[in-house]
Write a protein that binds this ligand. Structure first.
Ligand SMILES: C[S@@+](CC[C@H](N)C(=O)[O-])C[C@H]1O[C@@H](n2cnc3c(N)ncnc32)[C@H](O)[C@@H]1O
Length: 185
């Protein structure tokens, strides 16, 4: 027979651990939800990622984007993740991957990074974080850089494409900040 008290404690511990894993990083810019496969593939395709690119994933989660960028497109990647358990998962995945030399990982706050070395920046963050990122992008991105975002746009920028099927926005810097770009499909 199970002791109902112990079962209750075990359930509370599991629920607390899950809540921590998903929600704790809200304080920094987004909770945890892996980018769906179709959206991750659309982000990489729309950004026209190639082996010449350096792809930054701001809030890399458990790696839905960066490992595909490294494996399928042979790009250099950098994933930054603030939540320590997910960072450890990223480290373990890199250890098992066939191209560890293309995956750089950082444990920390994405707002402490500079973006000048990125040719592609990927995001799946809450609107407040996108708002904070916009002036940083405008100050630091190099001409020709692409920004791809799932779910939430860069406020005030004009997307080259908004793929409604996957809810992915593509921006090209510096055109995105002008008024000439057109909304896409
Ligand atoms: C919605 S998930 C996106 C996951 C990932 N991009 C993917 O491809 O699956 C957002 C991630 O951003 C992380 N995050 C939120 N704020 C952050 C910050 N300020 N610095 C670093 N990571 C952050 C969260 O911990 C979470 O793992």
């Amino acid at each position: 027979m199970y002791d109902p008290y112990l079962v209750g404690v075990a359930l509370a511990v599991v629920a607390g651990a899950l809540a921590y894993f998903v929600f704790a990083s809200f304080l920094f810019g987004a909770g945890y939800q892996p980018t769906p496969r179709a959206a991750a593939l659309a982000m990489l395709r729309l950004a026209e990622v190639s082996p010449r690119d350096t792809v930054y994933d701001l809030g890399a989660g458990t790696g839905a984007l960066i490992f595909r960028a490294a494996r399928i497109y042979r790009a250099q990647t950098l994933g930054v993740e603030v939540e320590p358990l997910r960072y450890l998962i990223l480290r373990a995945r890199r250890g098992l991957s066939a191209e560890p030399e293309r995956v750089q990982l950082k444990w920390g706050n994405l707002f402490d990074l500079t973006f000048g070395d990125a040719t592609v920046v990927a995001t799946f963050l809450w609107p407040g974080a996108m708002e904070r990122l916009r002036p940083r992008f405008e100050a630091e991105l190099r001409p020709g850089a692409r920004v791809v975002s799932h779910c939430h746009p860069v406020p005030g920028w004009t997307a080259t494409v908004h793929d409604r099927a996957t809810d992915v926005y593509l921006y090209r810097w510096p055109e995105a900040a002008g008024t000439n770009s057109t909304g896409g499909s």
